[in-house]
Design a protein around this ligand. Sequence first.
Ligand SMILES: Cc1cc2nc3c(=O)[nH]c(=O)nc-3n(C[C@H](O)[C@H](O)[C@H](O)COP(=O)(O)OP(=O)(O)OC[C@H]3O[C@@H](n4cnc5c(N)ncnc54)[C@H](O)[C@@H]3O)c2cc1C
Length: 495
Amino acid sequence: MKFSNLSQIQKRLFAWGMSKANAADGSAIELIDCPDYSTLAELKQGLLGSLEGKVLEIGPGAGSNLSYYPKNIDWIGVEPNLFMHQYLEQEADSQGLKKIRLSPGSAEKLPVENNSIDSVVSTHVLCSVSNIDHSLQEIKRILKPGGSFIFLEHNNLNGVKIMQLSKNNLQEKVDQVYDVIVIGGGAGGLSAGIYLQRYRLSSLIIDKGKARSFWMQELHNYLGLPPDTPGRVLLQRGKEHYGSLDGDFLNGFVEDVTDEGETFAVKVKVGRQNSIDAVFRTKYLIAASGIIDHLPPLDDMRNVYDYAGYNLHVCMVCDGYEMIDKKCGFFAGSEVAIEEMVFNLSWFTPYITIFTHGVFSVSEPLKTKLREHGYPVRETPIQQFLGKNHQMTGVELTDGTIIELETGLISMGSHYHNTYLKGINLELQGNNLVTDKMCRTSHPRIFAIGDLKVGLNQVIIAAGDGALAATAIWREIRREVGARPWLENLYNHID
Ligand SMILES: Cc1cc2nc3c(=O)[nH]c(=O)nc-3n(C[C@H](O)[C@H](O)[C@H](O)COP(=O)(O)OP(=O)(O)OC[C@H]3O[C@@H](n4cnc5c(N)ncnc54)[C@H](O)[C@@H]3O)c2cc1C
């Protein structure tokens, strides 16, 4: 239904109805198959609760989102239904939002200048705009470089239907033996899934969400994509591609894998609230569950998340180029991290200050070596990171000292997502799985790809690994099945 088609009385009634809907309790709306948030209220809080600067919301209705914004937000509401404006003002007042501006207008013609907005928000709006392409162009026009567009929509923009398993329909699949189950739906797992489906094998990807590349705001070193492509875009496109090939996808947490001889039993916990356990069977397994970086443990971790993945990096290979000749904080988790990384980091920038966050002490010989290179060491714990709009500009220590920085590199180790394999004896190097050149582990039917295996932690490598593992499995199954005869010719005795 297009808004412009409504009569004045319908618009007035609509506004009144929407104002009543403000009282609806978002925490009573449970999300299905959403591993990161259990209710609509949690999701909105996660999306809107830490926004900063100038925010423009398209079609705010009577203001049902206003309770989720920080109180000091500079908020512009573009609401074409003028009957909504009085309700918006009342709601903003009752939520304690002082800096609000209301404007008529539409998503296709937003009443603000180019590059002037930090975040654009639209929730359940794009289904009723007249021209979605123009609307998206407008949003791009008004966003500042690096600004974000936050949307919660029920349109499937590309029309791709993913065979998404859920608590309701997974029973149909538990009796089937898949050719391959892929644990992890990041870059590696999705790439493997695409190859497997195109090889006409049956596959299921099980993913608990929050892939490492989800935190990546800009994907560097990847051929053919603009270097400012966010990781989440790559993941979304990969998931749609896999879905278009009829692959099965399940949001769930793999707890355990048992080797049954011919098959593996994969035990999965599905759902965060009222979760259920399900067991799936497969001939081959691809472990694509990756790792996750340890971050400096501060009392307020939101202060770390504000900058991690933006100019507070975790990977020198990915982002060394972005650090060239900048004042860089090196946040170390151990003396070994300093020895292994700092001198390499100087290839990109020599302006390095090392922070230990008081977690360990640096030995005298290493201190001397660092001093000889001119790299200061700060052993006092960190109070907070400083900055705004996701750009870290320095660090405040617990003694009040402020150190100005332009960028940072965290090297505090990682958590390896491989506990579900604990019952199977696999060769490891450190915590990484050892594989052959086709990504096969020491078990002939288990493959490991991406960050979980020994190698280089890069998206392009994870995607390549997916291709290798899927191809090795296809070759094996293909040989086992043998060549398909052209039966009609056999029956007709054609030479
Ligand atoms: C901030 C940041 C910036 C980066 N920048 C770049 C860059 O610019 N260029 C680049 O090439 N690389 C970059 N990387 C590295 C890149 O993200 C990784 O190399 C890549 O994501 C690895 O892919 P993967 O498929 O192995 O693992 P992931 O992408 O981490 O996917 C693994 C998936 O498995 C899921 N999982 C884990 N355990 C389970 C379980 N038990 N059950 C079900 N699912 C599970 C995880 O939740 C996750 O969704 C960056 C990483 C970070 C953190």
